[in-house]
Write a new protein. Structure first.
Length: 209
């Protein structure tokens, strides 16, 4: 059986290849042939991602889509998660999540057993996708709270940034719940600067000018 491995990290500073050896070993242990590895540093809150789109376009029916965990594949809102699942199903792919053992089980020839496995996996995948999204939402809420606290205390947001205009842009786009990569492009700064300002907000060091 052939597999296409998908690996993702949210920012350029994070190692998207971190799980490569684990997933390679998984394939070797299960006599699975790797026919493609797709790696990108991109937010999981967006359905349209360059490498994920390429994987889906190049994949063939009866292949495996292998990921380390559900949150590497999706931090999408539930409706978009359902869209992604529908695309995966339409392509005839089998989704295997390394840290979700029920997805490792081969579909049984027995119809009843097969249907039960599908139902259980669907429920668990939906639950974990929902939890991944909620975790993302909680982080964003903490950032908002940090901004609000900083404003209330009269601190200056992004005090470590040399460019006041850039700092203000970053804060404005963060308030709009945009991903770090989007913010960096709109504010014309590095992703590292965006995350530094986010961290300062969370720690209460940052404030609005």
């Amino acid at each position: 059986m052939n597999a296409r491995i998908y690996m993702r990290a949210s920012t350029q500073e994070q190692d998207a290849y971190r799980a490569e050896q684990e997933l390679t070993d998984f394939c070797q242990s299960n006599a699975i042939t790797i026919v493609g590895k797709y790696v990108e540093n991109y937010t999981g809150t967006k359905l349209k991602r360059p490498k994920l789109g390429l994987l889906l376009a190049e994949s063939e029916a009866d292949e495996i889509l292998l990921v380390e965990s559900v949150d590497r594949l999706s931090r999408l809102p539930l409706d978009e998660w359902y869209q992604l699942k529908a695309i995966i199903n339409e392509k005839g792919l089998r989704l295997i999540v390394a840290d979700l053992p029920t997805t490792h089980t081969l579909i049984s020839d027995d119809d009843l057993t097969s249907n039960i496995l599908k139902i259980v996996n669907n429920m668990l995948l939906d639950l974990m996708a929902t939890m991944a999204r909620q975790d993302n939402d909680k982080r964003r809420e903490r950032i908002k709270q940090g901004l609000a606290k900083a404003k209330a205390e009269g601190k200056q947001v992004g005090g470590r940034s040399k460019n006041k205009a850039t700092r203000e842009k970053v804060v404005r786009y963060i308030n709009k719940n945009l991903g770090a990569e989007e913010v960096s492009k709109l504010a014309d700064c590095s992703v590292a600067t965006v995350y530094r300002i986010k961290n300062e907000i969370l720690s209460g060091q940052l404030v609005c000018a």
